[in-house]
Design a protein around this ligand. Sequence first.
Ligand SMILES: Nc1nc2c(ncn2[C@@H]2O[C@H](COP(=O)(O)OP(=O)(O)OP(=O)(O)O)[C@@H](O)[C@H]2O)c(=O)[nH]1
Ligand SMILES: Nc1nc2c(ncn2[C@@H]2O[C@H](COP(=O)(O)OP(=O)(O)OP(=O)(O)O)[C@@H](O)[C@H]2O)c(=O)[nH]1
Ligand SMILES: [Mg+2]
Ligand SMILES: [Mg+2]
Ligand SMILES: [Zn+2]
Ligand SMILES: [Zn+2]
Lengths: 211, 211
Amino acid sequence: QSLVAENNRYADDNRQFFKKNDITAVHLVSSPGSGKTTLLMSTLNRLQADHALAVIAADQDSEQDSKRIAQTGISVKQINTGQYCHLNAKMVHHALKQLPVAEDGFVFIEDVGNLVVPEVFDLGESYRVLVWSITEGEDKPIKYPAMFEKADLIFLNKIDLLPHLNFNSEKCLNYLREINPKAAVLTGSAATQEGMCEWVNWLEKMASKSK
Amino acid sequence: QSLVAENNRYADDNRQFFKKNDITAVHLVSSPGSGKTTLLMSTLNRLQADHALAVIAADQDSEQDSKRIAQTGISVKQINTGQYCHLNAKMVHHALKQLPVAEDGFVFIEDVGNLVVPEVFDLGESYRVLVWSITEGEDKPIKYPAMFEKADLIFLNKIDLLPHLNFNSEKCLNYLREINPKAAVLTGSAATQEGMCEWVNWLEKMASKSK
Ligand SMILES: Nc1nc2c(ncn2[C@@H]2O[C@H](COP(=O)(O)OP(=O)(O)OP(=O)(O)O)[C@@H](O)[C@H]2O)c(=O)[nH]1
Ligand SMILES: Nc1nc2c(ncn2[C@@H]2O[C@H](COP(=O)(O)OP(=O)(O)OP(=O)(O)O)[C@@H](O)[C@H]2O)c(=O)[nH]1
Ligand SMILES: [Mg+2]
Ligand SMILES: [Mg+2]
Ligand SMILES: [Zn+2]
Ligand SMILES: [Zn+2]
């Protein structure tokens, strides 16, 4: 409980920092390999002409994702969470100090691939986006309700594979609505770019909201 | 640390129970939706003519997997781990008391979909099998070294999707060997049944080993 209290102090601090600098902070969560980094790279490429961007990339171990993201030329800070199964606000606080965070832009935070958290930690982000790959099956919302409840948007990814799977889209949306009736839902493919326009539009709409 | 000590007392107890009854206990782990339940159902159908079988199915929430497994007619006990992100030996200990565990058979334990564990808990199992879906990408072993290190066998699943993915099989095996040079590796598809014969052969070989 005191872990949560300490986390929330840092979260409030992060949230103040983002607000003061007009930054839209987007926290990406998902299972391992659902497509967060692929989606992020495509997103950064589309936003960089018009917006200041920075990324915090987290994994239990390795520098894989920060190396990939660095290819876009965007500033990225890698965090290895080690024993911790997800980011906390203190880690984000320290990472922000090591990034060139410019006013009026986006900070993207890619969390460790993990849907199981004992407690959903506030990082101080503006929005929480859950990337859900259709390859994982329709019932994930009811198996991991805490993570699905807290999402502002669900990006249903890898729809290019739909023809080759037994995926029931109706069941999928029913399970989702059972757990989170209010989340925005976008369907797409980070690989083929399907749905990317709607996704970037949503991001820009959210960014302008906070102005 | 005392959590681990308490766990290991129950794990030793479980291990004794399995040994005394000539039971081969197989612990299945993976990311969410990699195919554990689908693989398990096919496995149960193939083993049930010759072996006593029982299943422990775990998820944070819901009865989804135990309902599916029950369709095979095999006895199954559902555990909801709630706040805990994976099974522990105490939960398994209690579940075993509620299952008709017959001598000289298999107990399959499907864990919560999760590759991130602060500590890899011993359940008292005979073997640990990691189901890794090729849809998750090649670099999972170096991102989740603890889980990959502890696997006795890696079942590389969903290879029916290989033609539709950018999956580099060589990279995949290199990353795996970096983390776990000794694990057995089988490739297959729980959906199309490819690789199922080799998988069942491995299980029967492991079962006869402990006799
Ligand atoms: N077919 C298909 N594959 C995709 C798509 N998006 C990502 N992938 C593939 O899925 C695998 C994992 O993608 P990543 O972007 O690394 O996923 P991630 O969520 O960042 O993974 P972690 O950070 O390790 O949890 C890679 O092999 C990608 O090429 C998609 O829309 N369609
Ligand atoms: N294409 C393909 N799909 C598969 C394969 N195995 C499982 N699936 C699909 O993958 C999805 C998840 O399968 P499950 O067996 O429920 O996976 P799981 O690991 O038990 O999932 P959780 O218990 O929720 O973590 C389902 O839609 C399955 O039909 C496979 O070999 N190929
Ligand atoms: Mg990633
Ligand atoms: Mg399952
Ligand atoms: Zn713009
Ligand atoms: Zn047999």
